[in-house]
Design a protein around this ligand. Structure first.
Ligand code: CUO
Length: 678
């Protein structure tokens, strides 16, 4: 297998540049400029820039070709930083392409794609460029090796003049069998869209890269936190208990994981973990890592819990840094904690003291099958942001991380009635409508085609893969909202979804349900005085992304570079997949609750210069080069425990919030049709 020829395409004045990389060391790399029609108009050989490799690459060459690259490993982050800095120094798109073409083949494949993507997201002149889906760049990370080999065998057997694409299927069995209790969820964990989102998100909010985005620590907490209720909801649909945090690190991890995937298109395979494997001290010498052992993780955890309970962290000068979300200036406590726990060594309040807990958890788990390199086994999937979410242990680790954040959140005072209330605005009714039917939503299966032959070479033959995935029929939210004021009132409508019953089929208390609320949407509307009928499509959700862009989409995508309205596609690439917006429910229907809460936009809004914004994925991904567009805490109002009393009565369930005029709770049913949706 070889690396892709058409790796990245960039739009530019007069057309697109296709980045053609010949993976043949005996010939110099070639950069071909083509017009939008795809006809080559100019071919420029990269000038001899031999000096580049020795002088500029620094530690970028320290990650071997064909091996895994992990952003959770500090030495790999360093390598990425040096390569990104080097690419950032290029003068323009043309220069970047030439330099990148020269570097290609000399640095690790994932690192190369990572750095090039990183730079394309950040260089002003490339802001309109688009990245193809990671699924087509690295098909081996998404499609089982067996299926790729099948396709290769078919190519070998076929008539060489045959041109019709070969199609291989992936799913719905995915990587295991129902003999294992976690397997029924494989369709969810191995969904292509959630991995593309996770890869893209970490590209936007990298650790140790000095790409310090507004409220990064908190966004890291919130984006990862929101995966837990979504995963738990899916588990409840299948009758599985909620995910348990991984907190006893010296006990065996019950569930193993065998990904059956290949690494960096090199033919090497990702590490597998047997059931009941125990995390070990890291003793490998292949990462130049000055390595802490399990005990270090335990010490860091104690220090972080200490800080949470004391209400402050200690910086490198020994000074107290208070942790509180009620601040009028500076960072909120959740941001400080997020930066220390995630951890970013550049912005952690005290990296040597609070350590590298979240990242090293990924690493120790990812090498638990071969901690001393005795078997020369490669890293497991949980070490790479584009594959980590396949493994059940990912959710157990992140449940631990999230519970740590929740420990902090429970130290915060509850919101007051005044903070929750919005006087003058009343939700009279709210619900959902799908295809003229109220309050019953449908899920089922669907498929999506990707071209495996863009990222892998099947002797020039086109190979498609048909991926099965969960999907739902689109629906609309309808809200009847009255505004008793005399003028227009702008509000932010917050919409959440949670299961109505717990695994014991009981209605949940506020505190049990509190961390099961998944954000569905957040949008602004202007309410005129009197009655308002607000309709919002599920397709416009603030958490979701438009579907993954394939290489073919990019080729067919005509962009007018002169138009200021051009969508900044790269940022739009981030976001939860739209097809995974709903949990699958059950064939007989499953009870869920929707929670709606309009808040005062005048208080929520962030005053900043108008930026080009992508409407998709904002809740999880923010806005490019701008502040996070909501001043309230992420997850408001469920990020804190409730007040003891609201409007004179105690608060026991989320429905008690609906005593407020501006809150509404509504029961719906989600039905899994177990068939292909149209
Ligand atoms: Cu994204 Cu642990 O940060 O997977």
């Amino acid at each position: 297998f070889e690396l892709p020829y058409d790796l990245i395409s960039l739009p530019r004045s007069g057309g697109k540049i296709h980045f053609d990389l010949e993976n043949d060391a005996s010939r110099p790399p070639v950069v071909t400029t083509r017009l939008g029609s795809g006809i080559p108009v100019e071919t420029t050989l990269v000038p001899d820039r031999g000096d580049i490799l020795s002088q500029k690459l620094g530690t970028a060459t320290s990650v071997p070709l064909g091996s895994p690259f992990s952003f959770f490993i500090k030495t790999h982050r360093q390598a990425a930083k040096e390569l990104c800095d080097f690419f950032m120094e290029t003068k323009n798109a043309e220069d970047l392409l030439q330099v990148a073409a020269r570097v290609h083949g000399h640095v690790n494949e994932t690192l190369f794609v990572y750095a090039l993507s990183f730079v394309m997201l950040r260089k002003k002149e490339l802001q309109n460029s688009r990245l193809p889906s990671i699924i087509e760049v690295f098909p081996g990370k998404f499609i089982l090796q067996e299926q790729l080999m099948k396709a290769q065998l078919e190519v070998n057997r076929a008539d060489p003049n045959e041109t019709t694409p070969i199609v291989v299927e992936h799913g719905p069995e995915f990587s295991g069998t129902h003999l294992k209790p976690e397997h029924p969820l494989a369709y969810w964990r191995e969904d292509y869209g959630i991995h593309a989102h996770h890869w893209h998100w970490h590209l936007l909010y990298p650790i140790d890269m000095n790409a310090n985005r507004n409220r990064k620590g908190k966004l890291s907490y919130y984006m990862h936190q929101q995966k837990i209720p979504r995963y738990d909801m899916e588990r409840l649909c299948l009758g599985l208990p909620r995910v348990q945090k991984l907190q006893n690190w010296k006990a065996p991890i019950k569930n193993g994981y065998f990904p059956k995937l290949t690494l960096n298109n090199s033919g090497r395979v990702w590490g597998s973990r047997q059931d009941h494997t125990t995390m070990q001290d890291f003793q490998r010498n292949d990462f130049n890592l000055d390595f802490p052992d399990l005990t270090h993780l335990e010490i860091w955890r104690s220090r972080i819990f200490h800080a949470i309970h004391q209400g402050f962290m200690i910086d490198r000068q020994g000074e107290r840094v208070m942790l509180s979300d009620d601040v009028t200036s500076g960072k909120r406590g959740i941001d400080i904690l997020g930066d220390a726990l995630e951890a970013d060594s550049n912005i952690s309040v005290n990296f040597p003291y609070y350590g590298d807990l979240h990242n090293m958890g990924h690493v120790l788990i990812a090498f638990s099958h071969d901690p001393d390199f005795a078997h020369k086994e490669d890293m497991a999937v949980v070490g790479d942001t584009s594959t980590a979410m396949r493994d059940p242990v990912f959710y157990r680790w992140h449940k631990f991380v999230d519970d740590t954040f929740q420990e902090y959140k429970l130290m915060q005072r509850p919101y007051t009635e005044e903070e929750l209330n919005l006087s003058g605005v009343k939700i009279e009714r709210a619900g959902v409508v799908r295809n003229n039917e109220a309050n019953i939503l449908h899920t089922g299966w669907n498929t999506r085609l990707f071209e495996a032959s863009r990222g892998l070479d099947f002797n020039g033959r086109s190979v498609m893969v048909r991926l099965t995935h969960l999907d739902h029929e689109p629906f609309n939210y309808h809200l009847q909202v009255s505004n008793s004021g005399k003028g227009i009132k702008d509000v932010t409508v917050r919409v959440f979804l949670a299961p109505k019953f717990n695994a014991r089929s009981q209605e949940m208390t506020f505190m049990e349900q509190r961390i099961l609320w998944a954000e569905m949407d957040k949008f602004t509307v202007s309410l005129k005085p009197g009655s308002n009928h607000v309709v919002r499509s599920s397709r416009d959700s603030s958490i979701t992304n438009t579907e993954e862009l394939t290489f073919r989409d990019l080729e067919n995508f005509n962009i007018d570079p002169a138009s200021p309205a051009t969508t900044p596609f790269n940022f739009c690439g981030c976001g939860w997949p739209q097809h995974m917006l709903l949990p699958r429910g059950r064939p007989e229907g499953m009870a869920f609750q929707l929670f709606f809460m309009p808040t005062d936009y005048a208080q929520d809004k962030v005053v900043q210069e108008a930026t080009r914004r992508c409407a998709n994925g904002v809740s999880f991904c923010g806005i490019q080069d701008a502040k996070y567009p909501d001043t309230r805490a992420m997850g408001f109002p469920f990020d804190r425990r409730p007040p003891v009393n609201l409007l004179g009565q105690s608060v026991n369930t989320a429905a008690d919030y609906a005593r407020l005029d501006n809150a509404y709770i509504h029961d719906i049913s989600i039905k899994f049709l177990a068939e292909k949706l149209n």
